[in-house]
Design a protein around this ligand. Structure first.
Ligand code: OAD
Length: 238
């Protein structure tokens, strides 16, 4: 990998592939099914309206896994936090992941465009709250005290991703764009590389394999995120 010029503002988009080596299953690996329920049943506003208890159970289990002590940041998360700390410039991390592994590895100001597993939101007031315990359809909301008013602070199918204005500003001011462990199946994240590239920004993809958006990148680093991200960070810092 030989960059044209030394970057000053790097935007890094991460997807499920960066957390795979921490033991969190990627979306496409699960074949769109969870305990024989389609992901639409557990990750859409309609699904939540139809069966809120099922949806809460899904997120309770995922939250329990994240907090179980078995899931830890891997060398890819750690390399990015080192980059944020040591790079002479700006490093912005935008993640599609709802886990907190970037934060646990020490990264700061992570933009969670698809929400956060450790937060719930009051349907009535829109306030988000950090919650680590199990939630049920009858759990009273700590904010408005009404039962059934808490929903996962997660972007579901058909909903607008969060922080899009901020993300747009980042994509229009960066001079290097890197996507790590994302399949390019979900929009608008799959388009970020094009937004950056239209401005002449150099682009790098790190993935185990080719993706449907690989052709949009200048460089492909093929392999495990842990290995390739560490190498890429070392190269940038030397
Ligand atoms: P996907 O599951 O679609 O893709 C994961 C990508 O990671 C694939 O391209 C794999 O090849 C790659 N991968 C897997 N293991 C890897 C490893 N160890 N090192 C490097 N790459 C690896 O996940 P996302 O692209 O993140 O949205 O999915 C995007 C969105 O789809 C998710 O955020 C979710 C889902 O619908 C919402 O929840 C709103």
């Amino acid at each position: 990998m030989k960059l044209n010029k030394k970057p000053k503002h790097i935007v890094i988009l991460t997807g499920a592939g960066i957390s795979a080596e921490s033991g969190i299953m990627t979306f496409r690996d699960s074949n769109g099914l969870w305990e024989n329920h389609s992901v639409y049943e557990v990750a859409s506003p309609d699904g939540f309206q139809r069966d809120p208890e099922l949806v809460h159970r899904f997120y309770n289990l995922r939250r329990q896994q994240l907090l179980s002590g078995e899931v830890h940041p891997n060398p890819a998360h750690l390399a990015l936090s080192k980059l944020q700390e040591k790079f002479n410039g700006i490093v912005t991390i935008i993640t599609q992941n709802v886990d907190d592994l970037h934060e646990r590895s020490g990264s700061r100001n992570v933009i969670h465009m698809h929400g956060e597993l450790l937060k719930m939101r009051c349907i009535e007031t829109g306030r988000s709250l950090t919650i680590k315990k199990d939630i049920h359809a009858t759990t009273p909301c700590p904010c408005c005290l009404k039962e059934g008013n808490l929903r996962p602070h997660i972007v579901w199918f058909g909903e607008r991703p969060m922080h899009m204005d901020k993300i747009d500003t980042e994509l229009h001011s960066c001079d290097l764009f890197v996507a790590i462990g994302t399949s390019g199946h979900v929009y608008p994240a799959a388009m970020f590389v094009d937004t950056a590239r239209e401005r002449g920004v150099q682009t790098i993809e790190i993935n185990l394999e080719s993706t449907q958006i690989s052709d949009s990148f200048d460089f492909h680093l093929v392999g495990n995120a842990s290995v390739e991200t560490e190498k890429f960070v070392e190269e940038l810092l030397t």
